[in-house]
Design a protein around this ligand. Sequence first.
Ligand code: ADP
Length: 431
Amino acid sequence: MVERLTWRKLALELAFFYLPWIGIGLLVGDLAWWLLLASVLVLLWNFYHQLRLSDWLWKERSLTPPSGAGNWVPLFSGIYRLQKRNRRRRQDLVNLIRRFRNGAESLPDAVVVYDYDGSIVWCNKLAEELLGLRMPSDAGQYIGNLIRTPEFISYLADSDFDHALEMRSPVNASSTLEFRTMPYAEGEYLMVVRDVTQLKQLEGMRRNFFANVSHELRTPMTVLRGYLEMSEDPDMLVGPMWDKAHGVMTEQLTRMESLVEQLLTLSKIEASAKLELDHIVDVPSMLDILQKEAQTLSGESDHKLCFEIDNGLKVYGDDDQLRSAISNLVYNAVKHTPEGAAVTVKWFDSHTGPRLEVIDSGEGIAPQHIDRLTERFYRVDKARSRETGGSGLGLAIVKHALSHHESNLEITSTVGQGSMFSFTLPERLRC
Ligand code: ADP
């Protein structure tokens, strides 16, 4: 065990060194010369060790110190201990930084660390993707030179980091990003960037949805209020006028009822958790009832309803949701097919699974509308849809109900000739 240098040790060592030389000097004479020779030797010996120390510190990369002697041993060992401690600390720091970076890489958000003057220190992979930054080449660059939008520059300049900034992505104009910045280490800031495109779209959809529902309800309510106000004058609603008012009010109430019913069905289907799909659904007998209902709906229009059903083909699924989906498709076909024309419904086992096809010979749908038909409240012809009592929610219900059965609605249509709405259930749902 090496101990540190003390005055006592130094003095003892010096005394041990000089004693023999003093002895020789006293014996042979010329003591001063002998002492001078001894001092020169001490000086050379110290120079030699200084040189070795300097070589070790400046030239050699090894951690182990040169082997020293005498007073130099505690110095070499002391420096060696210091170096070892520094190296351990540096390793701890490197591990800490690595842990921070790994943590920041696995965050679902983009992270950028920048200096008080805006120069980038580090960013994670997601920041490279969302903001178009490049590491390590962008390290040290002013962040405002790389994200140049005016909103971002003034956000940086204001340094009002209590508020988040929302703006279009500098690399993809169709996505919206939210920037949040907070002071981080001394003189450094941490910027967290999230892609909020979906959130914004959902917000927009929610706003649209409420606007649509209010709009749909307002029309019948205005009509009802009009008749109610008229009824205040006993002479107004009499005779044929009353007959007309009664008819219109009943029609508007039916519309509101059907809208509320469709809304409830849609919200029930949307909110339902993943279905187990272990109930047997008797689709053939469901279609049997539907055929009668379709006939009633057709009324005097006298459509040629043709149901080609594989009577043995039952499936696993949710009875209510499949009934909603199929009935919406069949009713739509009847509503959109002119008097006396044909509507064909087929339920059969295709090579990919149980399949339903509803084929009408109605007005058809132009291609630009087809992808949007399953959006809530989307209607090709609003006025016509209202006439037929449509709420614009039917196909949205079909879409959700089918997606719970791992299936999709397929629509093919030719304007002026008719449309086919179909879906295929996965084979594993066949009973
Ligand atoms: P609606 O209650 O208005 O029928 P849907 O969601 O069921 O609402 O349908 C959305 C729109 O799709 C309808 O308004 C109509 O324009 C169109 N559509 C649906 N089925 C057919 C069909 N068989 N033929 C032509 N257009 C259809």
